[in-house]
Design a binder for this molecule. Structure first.
Ligand code: PRX
Length: 630
């Protein structure tokens, strides 16, 4: 574990080395992995393209680094502890050797269905161990997986299937979520009315009735029956894509963020071990869903590459009651616990009674991810869950960054509520003003960029490289632009202030306002809409929609409910607006541009500080909007 940071001065020393000699630094970290062929060069890069290559011409398979490399030393160690939705159902503990066999077996199934290197496979599954097996089996055969969060609608799923031209979908019959049973296969069937794939493999989870289409649909358990548990890993290039993950931006449809293999592998393991200070034998639990990047990097790849024991939880924080998280922590003696501020705030609302019955003494480190954590939630988490002794790692990163970028090193970096603190080694941040001028020194605030490549960074957006360039590398020349605002305080600590673009973060789920507007506009009576985020006590941000619609023969209540259903159907329930205000017009400039600033202020309730409204075409509209505020 020579790559482990043990002290604050050690952190500064490593950070310095990663900046002055980045190639030597990452070569040293990468040396501890198993490569079929070593790299010719550590890094080739150009942010203009962008064209970034890490471990150039190296060959590997990421699953060999999880399994073959380690089976002799920890084949019997538990890789995944699976905790089902219902606490009365028995969970599963899967050792590295068992997981290896399941992955190899399923890799053989994929091959027998004609899925090979470079093919795209959609994974639309609940939080069951087979979902991790599915991801790793794809990686084993060199296929590119694209996990779609099982809460997304048929239409959102179809868009993703079509965009990446998937050859297969791996799914389940249904999904248990709290006291609900959700049809999953039926959604796949609906999605496949608008797209097509050759193969659908269905894992039985809820045992609900499903339709199986002859020739296309197969049961998972039938497929693996009698199949060998030995499989030779496909050798891929370091820069071959490992996965595509769709995420929302400020314009258009969600884009497929592409991550490549070598750099992602090196960075996720390195960041996992260091940020959480994971020691062999620890039990680590990240509550995210594998449908998000957090689940990819810090339930599956990072922990498993590090030989960790990773808890995978199928359920929700409030089922059967608001003590569930703490019951699971006690049950497995969890040492590192990683969740989202929205979950913390939701549980905070239940008070401390649900925590009382449980022993949380096993906890050593608490983590936060996905959105800014407000000071009150930070303190509640620290005091009541961490018993005022566990450091909180507030980890800032993104789907595009692949791994944690700014975070305390647990127990080493002094923390400060609501601050993600300092960049990890290899992460060269830069704060710029709106014109792109770098703001140097401390006590500055601006837009957050990264000026040097890091191994797990986005390589392209699937099928549209120009979109990647335009979105991330064109706003500020020669830099990756994160879309976040940031403050660097007098100590040089970073505090993320939230998005500066039209992306909103609802309960840690990332959505584009344009995407929600497009869904609203699908309702036949909607003429125009504008969506903004507003501060929400539990969700961080809520969705506020202003709509102009044809009200003939409709009550407002009916219409509002119909619009919510439309959004649910087109994107998924997570995108349902919290508030919908029917308006007769939107505040527009003379050139026809909607002044979102005003709409945001009204949604926030800050109607006294609307700023300059003199350029509006029709200032009267603002008065109407304020009067009708929800
Ligand atoms: O605005 C930042 C916020 O989440 C965005 C990235 O969302 P996504 O790609 O879905 O990835 C979430 C999980 C890594 C960022 O642009 N964000 C994420 N973590 C934090 C955060 N904002 C503040 N503090 C964080 N720790």
């Amino acid at each position: 574990m020579s790559d482990r940071i043990h002290t604050l001065s050690g952190y500064f020393h490593e950070y310095q080395k990663s900046v002055t000699e980045p190639e030597n630094f990452w070569a040293r970290i990468a040396d501890s992995f198993h490569w079929q062929k070593r790299w010719d060069k550590v890094l080739d890069w150009d942010f203009e393209g962008p064209d970034v290559k890490w471990f150039v011409n190296a060959k590997l398979n990421i699953t060999e680094n999880i399994f073959e490399k380690n089976l002799f030393t920890h084949g019997d160690r538990t890789a995944i502890i699976w905790e089902p939705n219902d606490p009365n159902e028995e969970g599963r503990k899967i050792s590295y050797r068992e997981l290896y066999e399941e992955v190899c077996q399923f890799a053989n199934v994929l091959k027998s269905k004609g899925i090979n290197k470079g093919d795209r496979v959609i994974i639309y599954m609940p939080m069951i161990p087979e979902a991790a097996v599915a991801m790793l089996a794809c990686a084993r055969v060199g296929a590119i997986h694209s996990v779609v969060f099982a809460g997304f609608s048929a239409s959102a799923l179809a868009d993703r299937v079509n965009d990446c031209e998937a050859k297969a979908i791996l799914t389940a019959d249904g999904n248990f979520r709290g006291n609900k049973k959700i049809a999953v296969k039926a959604i796949v069937d609906e999605a496949l009315e608008k797209s097509s794939v050759e193969t659908v493999i269905v894992c039985k989870r809820t045992a609900q009735d499903v339709e199986m289409k002859d020739g296309r649909d197969h049961w998972w358990h039938d497929c693996i029956e009698g199949v060998s548990t030995e499989n030779k890993a496909e050798v891929v290039d370091s820069e071959d894509p490992l996965f595509i993950l769709y995420t929302s931006g400020s314009t258009g449809k969600p884009k497929g963020v592409v991550h490549s293999t070598g750099g992602y592998m090196v960075y996720t393991k390195y960041s996992f071990e260091n940020v959480f200070q994971y020691s062999p034998g620890d039990i680590y639990w990240c509550t995210a869903d594998i449908g998000w990047i957090t689940g990819h990097s810090y339930i599956v790849y990072g922990p498993l590459l590090a030989g960790a024991t990773s808890v995978m939880f199928e359920g929700v924080p409030t089922f059967p009651d608001a003590g569930r998280f703490w019951a699971v922590v006690e049950k497995y003696k969890v040492n590192q616990f990683y969740t989202a501020p929205t979950a913390i705030r939701a549980l905070q609302a239940h008070g401390t009674d649900p925590i009382e019955p449980y022993n949380l003494d096993s906890l050593k480190v608490l983590g936060s991810v996905g959105e800014p954590i407000n000071e009150e939630a930070w303190r509640w988490y620290y005091t009541h869950i961490g018993q005022s002794r566990c450091p909180i790692v507030d980890t800032w990163w993104q789907t595009e960054t692949g791994g944690i970028m700014v975070s305390p090193i647990a127990g080493i970096t002094p923390t400060k509520p609501a601050y993600a603190t300092l960049p990890l080694p290899g992460v060269q941040l830069c704060i710029v003003d709106p014109e792109g001028k770098e703001l140097t020194g401390n006590s500055v605030e601006g837009n957050l960029c990264v000026k040097f490549p890091w191994p797990s960074m986005i390589r392209t957006t699937w099928g549209d490289h120009d979109r990647c360039k335009q979105t991330y590398f064109s706003t500020y020349k020669g830099m990756y632009f994160t879309g976040d605002g940031v403050k660097r305080d007098h100590d040089g600590y970073y505090r993320i202030l939230g998005r500066v673009d039209d992306v909103i973060n609802v309960s840690g789920h990332r959505l584009g306002t344009a995407e929600v507007e497009n869904a609203i506009n699908e309702h036949p009576l909607v003429i125009e809409s504008a969506v903004v985020g507003y501060p929400h006590e539990v969700k961080g941000q809520g969705i506020y929609a202003y709509v102009i619609c044809d009200m003939t023969n409709r009550t407002e209540e009916n219409l509002v409910n119909e619009i919510k259903d439309t959004v649910s159907k087109i994107i998924g329930p997570i995108a349902k607006p919290d508030k919908i205000q029917v308006v007769s017009g939107l505040p527009k400039t003379r050139s026809g541009k909607i002044m979102r600033r005003i709409l945001r202020k009204v949604a926030e309730g800050a109607t006294d500080s609307l700023g300059d409204t003199s350029t509006l075409l029709d200032p009267e509209v603002v008065k109407e909007i304020i009067d009708g505020r929800k």
